[in-house]
Design a protein around this ligand. Sequence first.
Ligand code: ZN
Length: 220
Amino acid sequence: MEISKGVEMLHLDFHGSIIHPILLWDGEIAVLIDTGFPGQFEDLRMAMEKVGVSLDRLKVVILTHQDVDHIGTLPEILQECGNNIKVYAHELDKPYIQGEISLIKDAHLENPTRGKVDHTLTDGQELPFGGRIQIIHTPGHTPGHISLYLKQSKTLIAGDSMYSVNGNLGGIHVPTTPDMNAARLSLKKFLEYDISSVVCYHGGISDVNVNEQILRLSQQ
Ligand SMILES: [Zn+2]
């Protein structure tokens, strides 16, 4: 689903539950935000091709955090695209993503997904992709969780800092959030932004009165 020009919310089906990586592209460069579960590489490739972006245009992967449903196809992407791909993530989740430490929530995985992170991101940092992206460090769900604010379209890519159901923001997903205090403070950070639409990785897009919805959630 197209959020705005060059911003596409992908739909990947994992045994009936839908997740939403985001694809940005302008000219020849495509940027992927989050990569799906292990085993979804072909689904991802097809989802990209469906919107006219072939895998060889992918130059940047940004990971909102270390969870396995976000980093799952990274090894295959790296294998397929080699060193052409630069991977961005927050410093605090980098060692997990690189397999130096067991994943916080999937430590039981026998073969942890090993990726690489080329560039670490910090709170407030701007990236030049997709009409400028502002990085918002939003810990709680994981220590290095980031959200992304797309300045041009006023879109908040919330990752797993919030979930949504049928277009309504549901706030913090308590069962998967080890540090609720941090997560509540992270939610308050969104109040500084003028947001037209929010994309939650689990739940998809919300675009009705989202600033009011976030204000209400942050007061709970
Ligand atoms: Zn997660």
